[in-house]
Every structure is written in C-alpha cells, then in structure tokens.
Ligand binder design. Structure first.
Ligand SMILES: Cc1cc2nc3c(=O)[nH]c(=O)nc-3n(C[C@H](O)[C@H](O)[C@H](O)COP(=O)(O)O)c2cc1C
Length: 346
C-alpha cells in the first residue's frame, strides 16, 4: 500500500486541483492521515513558495506537490483567429472587443525555476500530469528524496512512466474530473474507465498503482483496492469541502442535478478535460477541432468567463467534475478522508 511508500496512515491521496484549492485543503488532508496535494500548474515560483511555506508551517506530515509537464506551444495566429471567429457571437453578446483581450491565467510546465523552489522544501512526494519532465529534472527531484508519481490513462503510458523511474503510477480512468493526463496519443478512444484501466495497469507494471476516477466513497475505495490498487486519488469529492476554493458557480452546479451530466471537452483550455456540461460545451463542443493548443484556448474563453460570472452565469466557466459527483456532499476534508479510508480493509 502507498502508506508504506509515503509514510502516511491512510492510502488516500487528495487529488491536486489547480484553480480549485490551495494549501488549506492539502494541510487538512495530510493532518488527517491522507496525502494532501498542492497544485502548482497555475502558480509562479513565488506563489509556489508561499503555499509550501504555509504547508510547512501547518503540518509535519507528508504532502504532495503537483505540476503539469506540457510543452508550451508556439502561438499560431491563424488558429487563434479562427477560434475568435467561432467565439465572435459570444463576444458580441458581452460587448467584448476580440482584439483587446488580455492574457488569461497562465498554466506553466514544470521547469528549473519551479525545481529551485521545491529544493528549498524537499517535499516528500512530487506528482506530474501529462507525462514526466526531462530525465535531468526527474533526477533533480529525486536527489532530495522526493517520491515521484505521474498519471497514466493507458497501459502504454503506465509502462512509459515506469521506464522513466516514477515510484508509482496514478491510473486515471475516463470517469475522472479535470484534465485527462493522456500524453502519448491524441486518440480519445484509447481512454477507458477506471475499472478496466486499474486492473490492466496492475498487471502491466511492477510499481504501486493508484486508482483515480469516479471514486467518491468508501465502497469505491474498496472496489479500487480489490482490483489491486495500492491506494486511491480522489478529486471531485474534495471540491465539496469547505477547505477547497471551488468557485461558487462551480460549487452550486456540483450540488445540483446538472452534475450528473459531464463530458470530456477541450473548449476551455485546448486539452481534453471532464466537466459539467454547460452552454459553451453544448454549443461549440464538447470537442472542437478549432480550439488552439493547450493552454492557449483559455485566453479567449477567460475573457467571456470574466464578464459572465459576475452576472451569476456559468456558461463559460470550466466546472471540472468526475462522473461520481452526485455521490458527494459537503463535509470537512478530514472527515471525507476518514470516510473514504473506511473502505480499506486492514
Ligand atoms: C477541479 C479539478 C482540477 C484538477 N486539477 C488537476 C491538477 O491540477 N493536476 C492533476 O494532476 N490532476 C488534476 N485533476 C485530476 C485529478 O488528479 C484526478 O485524476 C481526478 O480528480 C480523479 O477523478 P475524480 O474527480 O472523479 O475523483 C483535477 C480534477 C478536478 C476535478
């Protein structure tokens, strides 16, 4: 079990969720005996340092720090222009000048500057999404003793990660909320459900497998462990916790019947991610061939979101959610961590 690998009491990882949580959620989960996670994909080095200082000040328990490892694409003005043409009716509706759109929040890949900050803290666990960084960066992270994890959405990805020295692989089933970790293929037909994926990955690799996707209660945890998982990573259920910074419109949608209908979409960032179906997904997606490469699609949509959200309108808000959102309810993160762990037989 991952309890031995990380020195934690409960084999429950709180999924890192960029944009929906900071250190408060990670601290609550780590102090309850699980593995709390700090997402850094949307933080500059100073922001990472601030969050890690808060964690270091509030828990002596192990925690995880998470990064995206995409390659930043070269801007493509023809594609961006086509994207803005597709969004033109919405810009008109909100009185936005498409030629005067400011940059949205950045999504940064892991790099040496982020590693410099990590080195100050030597976090017990570092996890990656969308693959692994260069061999040099992995070596650097391991040099100060961090265990390294990354997400796999196929057996091929799990084998690829194992060959590059990760200490554990997160098998992310198609039910999962948020960005698909997929990195070896653009073909979404390769994406299978947690039940099928976990069993196959367990057979394919010799490192611990952590199940993720649609796990939201003790029974789900028990099922994942029965399939051979060494632990679970749970995201959506933690969005309901008071310690999460879930956007109020997102939180309201999660608590409504709308949360029963999710889809994998690329219209918010350019990369496939599962979220609650809303107007933008319905009208131009859920998958649009016009969307610029990740993360460039986000800038134009962020301009719409910034106008719509103050009016209480979630039409342009990415409301990431897994397929088990309807199983969840609001509770403190420590209680949720313990409730999930009740599914682990000792
Ligand atoms: C709101 C949200 C944000 C997410 N952001 C990240 C992230 O920053 N890094 C990451 O590795 N995974 C991210 N994920 C994916 C999770 O790691 C995990 O695969 C997923 O939450 C598991 O499925 P579940 O939501 O059904 O529990 C995110 C998921 C959600 C719901």
């Amino acid at each position: 079990m991952i309890t031995d690998l990380f020195g934690i009491d409960l084999p429950i990882i709180q999924a890192p969720m960029a944009g929906s949580q900071g250190s408060a959620l990670a601290i609550a989960v780590s102090n309850a005996g699980g593995l709390g996670s700090q997402p850094c994909a949307m933080l500059a080095p100073d922001g990472i340092r601030k969050e890690l200082q808060a964690i270091a000040a509030s828990t002596s328990k192990p925690f995880n720090v998470n990064f995206f490892v995409h390659k930043h694409p070269a801007p493509d003005s023809a594609r961006e222009a086509a994207w803005r043409r597709l969004l033109a009716p919405y810009f008109a509706e909100y009185g936005i000048d498409p030629d005067a759109i400011a940059e949205g929040p950045a999504r940064r890949p892991f790099d040496d500057a982020a590693a410099d900050v990590l080195e100050e803290f030597s976090p017990p666990v570092v996890s990656f999404h969308f693959g692994v960084p260069s061999a040099e960066l992995v070596k650097r992270v391991k040099s100060w003793g961090s265990k390294v994890l990354s997400s796999a959405t196929t057996v091929e990805e799990a084998r690829y990660l194992e060959a590059r020295g990760v200490d554990g692989v997160i098998a992310q089933g198609h039910e999962a909320g948020g960005h698909r970790g997929v990195f070896l293929s653009d073909d979404l037909d390769t994406q299978v459900g947690t039940f099928a994926l976990v069993r196959q990955v367990v057979r394919a690799v010799n490192i611990p497998v952590i199940a993720a996707g649609g796990i939201a209660d003790a029974r789900g945890v028990a099922a994942a462990m029965a399939l051979g998982a060494a632990g679970v990573q749970v995201g959506t259920a933690y969005l309901f916790c008071p310690e999460a910074t879930t956007n109020p419109l997102h939180r309201a949608a999660l608590m409504s019947d709308a949360a029963r209908t999710t889809a994998v979409t690329n219209v918010f960032t350019g990369r496939p991610a599962r979220g609650i179906v809303n107007r933008l997904m319905r009208e131009i997606g859920p998958l649009s061939p016009v969307a610029p490469a990740f993360p460039l699609a986000a800038t134009a949509v962020f301009a719409l979101r910034s106008k719509a959200e103050p009016l209480g309108v979630n039409d342009f808000t990415s409301m990431w959610a897994g397929q088990s959102a309807a199983l969840c309810r609001e509770m403190p993160a420590a209680d949720l961590t313990r409730a999930l762990a009740a599914g682990v037989s000792t």
